[in-house]
Design a protein around this ligand. Structure first.
Ligand code: E4P
Length: 219
């Protein structure tokens, strides 16, 4: 499963790139707004750091506006994937952009039927929002399992990107469900490293090593 960061915050992206495990980045208008910097600067920096897909979202709600924004976004860098909303206009745009060989990520997906439509429209990625469903008392991960089954049943090659993740169990369940991608906030990614037994084990190895006489150590 590919791991993306769901952020526009450059220091967090740099750190994840240094860890060597980052496959891509997703952004949305809210994440960009939080940075308080010009859009172009943020995006160019992200694309120069990340060797993988970078999702950037259109803000127009009509077909023509989406197409015009999508072309501008796609021209920024070859790795840009254009996010369009899960609306009739958004799907119309996804279909037209596919013909122009611009890859799309259909976002704000909350049901398997929406994901089916997104795949039929030719989306490269579909983004079901798990945490926001959990917040409403649903089991968000259920729709991931259903979408993966539907796509397998009919041979759709749209990638399932598990979005709106809130904790490491979401990542685990996404991987078990067979999703191709999971996007996470930086804090969730950091938590994936943590295990008390790793820390305890490392401390005891380091302490035991000190008992080896210096002349017997290779370094
Ligand atoms: C996905 O691409 C979205 O940016 C994101 O996962 C939304 O998550 P949120 O529900 O935490 O805002």
């Amino acid at each position: 499963m590919k791991i993306f960061l769901d952020t526009a915050h450059i220091p967090d992206i740099k750190e994840a790139v240094d860890w060597g495990i980052l496959d891509g980045v997703t952004t949305n208008p809210s994440l960009i707004a939080k940075e308080g910097r010009p859009f172009d600067d943020i995006v160019k920096e992200i694309c120069s750091l990340v060797d993988g897909p970078v999702s950037l979202e259109v803000v127009s709600e009509d077909f023509r506006g989406m197409i015009s924004e999508a072309r501008k976004l796609a021209a920024i860098h070859k790795n840009v994937i254009v996010k369009v909303p899960m609306t009739p206009e958004g799907l119309k745009a996804a279909r037209a952009l596919k013909q122009d060989e611009i890859r799309t990520n259909v976002t704000l997906v909350f049901s398997p039927n929406q994901a089916l439509l997104a795949a039929k429209a030719g989306a490269y990625i579909v983004s079901p929002f798990i945490g926001r469903l959990d917040d409403q008392g649903h089991v968000g991960m259920d729709i991931i399992r259903q979408i993966v089954t539907i796509y397998n049943n009919y041979g759709f090659n749209t990638n399932v990107l598990v979005a709106s993740t809130r904790h490491p169990v979401h990542v685990l369940e996404a991987a078990l469900a067979g999703a191709q991608i999971c996007t996470l906030p930086y804090e969730v990614l950091k938590k994936m490293f943590q295990h008390r037994l790793t820390d305890v084990g490392l401390r005891s190895f380091i302490e035991d090593w000190k008992k080896v006489p210096e002349e017997m150590r290779p370094f």
